[in-house]
Ligand binder design. Structure first.
Ligand code: ATP
Length: 210
């Protein structure tokens, strides 16, 4: 699996549609301060499901939509796609090319798409986990994450390694299974209380017996 293209449209400073091809080898993006380099790494983080506007250097999620500039009117929709070459079948989909898309409109409508068909964010996360990709999987390394890697706190280092190794998926499933077990235990306890109170009410009283 290899990233071959990033497509941006209406995202931050990218008002129109822009396609950034990634050839094999290392790709570096260079440019003067403020030209939009970090907006590209924000786009990668965003399309992978980032939910924190702060980590995207904004106040609210809508800030990722192009707000207009001196020569261009604002747009109403931001869309980012990551295009992967899946000819080695690393992703569990029968497609040579896999396109992961996130779209947000000013009206608040938010969509995730897989090869242009609507899916849940959870589906994208499940598909990508284990490949080392994901919003929390250290795909975009910023200074703070380097600090976490060098941290003396074992839990901080461990969390990063676990996500990158794809253990996060199983940790999440374990958490939601434990939550369901707890809910089931509470429901079972309520049912037994209700059964006890019903059997007390239905029990024949001593005076009623022959
Ligand atoms: P530096 O080298 O200083 O970190 P950079 O090249 O990484 O800069 P960015 O921080 O990615 O640049 O881009 C900042 C530019 O993006 C600013 O000009 C800002 O006005 C513009 N920008 C950010 N969000 C939006 C938006 N929603 N609409 C329009 N322009 C935006």
């Amino acid at each position: 699996m290899r990233l071959i293209r990033l497509e941006l449209s209406g995202f931050k400073s990218f008002a129109g549609t822009v396609e950034l091809p990634f050839e094999s080898g290392v790709t570096a993006i260079v440019g003067p301060n403020g030209c939009g380099k970090s907006n590209i790494s924000d786009a990668v983080r965003w399309v992978l499901g980032e939910q924190s506007p702060r980590l995207l250097r904004g106040g609210k999620m809508e800030d990722v939509i192009f707000q207009g500039s001196t020569g261009r009117r604002p747009v109403n929709v931001a869309e980012v796609s990551l295009v992967f070459d899946n000819s080695d079948g690393s992703l569990p989909l029968a497609y040579q090319e896999v396109v992961v898309t996130r779209r947000l409109s000013r009206s608040g409508q938010s969509d995730y798409l897989l090869n242009r068909s609507p899916v849940r964010l959870r589906d994208i996360q499940d598909m990508l986990r284990g490949t080392g990709l994901g919003a929390d999987a250290a795909v975009v390394m910023e200074a703070k994450m380097i600090e976490a890697l060098l941290s003396e706190k074992a839990e901080e280092r461990r969390a990063l390694f676990e996500e990158a190794a794809g253990i996060g998926l199983y940790r999440d499933r374990k958490k939601s299974t434990e939550r369901r077990l707890e809910e089931t235990a509470v429901a079972a306890w309520r049912a037994s209380v209700a059964r006890r109170s019903a059997s007390t009410r239905c029990a024949p009283s001593a005076s009623a017996s022959p």
